[in-house]
Design a protein around this ligand. Structure first.
Ligand code: HEM
Length: 149
């Protein structure tokens, strides 16, 4: 399959709609609101730009927003627990169903990424703000067969 996941989800526009549908749910959830206490609307755009790069679109998160290391650093000190991560995944699955309905195979591939990525976010979040994470390497890329690199 030659198309990127980025193309399959409808490019940046599709990812912005996904990000919006996701945060509408997160910010209405009493379990998650304390974790997202410092949410600002830029967060929504930044997530769409991160996913653009991961799913094979332009590398704008690396060019403009600090790349892989900045993404990891955003999660320092959050102390994400198992139930936070699970709820995050539940909201993402619902948001995918809303924005990309009737595409179970695509939904599964996207959720494979989110399953993988949320485990890393949870792990990193146990470290205090300011922890030196070293060089995590380039932003990961995810395709139809899973992790590309
Ligand atoms: C694949 C998994 C994930 C991705 C792609 C992701 C993406 C992002 C991005 C791009 C940012 C930076 C936002 C900005 O610069 O404004 C961010 C920050 C953040 N993420 Fe995640 N995240 C993931 C998992 C999680 C999980 C599991 C949680 C908690 C349950 C979480 C909670 C947060 C919080 C609280 C912030 C900082 C909020 C803020 O600055 O307003 N993330 N995330």
């Amino acid at each position: 399959m030659d198309s990127s996941l980025y193309d399959d989800v409808g490019g940046l526009d599709g990812l912005q709609r996904l990000s919006k549908a996701f945060y509408d749910r997160v910010l209405a959830d009493e379990l998650l609101v304390p974790v997202f206490a410092h949410f600002t609307p830029t967060h929504l755009d930044h997530v769409a730009i991160w996913l653009t790069e991961v799913f094979g679109g332009p590398a704008d998160f690396t060019a403009r927003l600090g790349g892989h290391q900045a993404l990891l650093r955003s999660h320092l000190g959050l102390g994400i627990r198992d139930e936070h991560r699970q709820r995050w995944l539940d909201h993402m699955a619902d948001a995918i169903n809303e924005v990309l309905p009737g595409r179970p195979e695509l939904a599964r591939t996207l959720m494979d990424y989110f399953d993988w990525g949320t485990a890393i976010a949870q792990d990193v979040s146990q470290n205090p703000v300011g922890t030196d994470l070293g060089d995590p390497g380039p932003t990961p890329r995810w395709g139809h067969q899973g992790l590309v690199h």
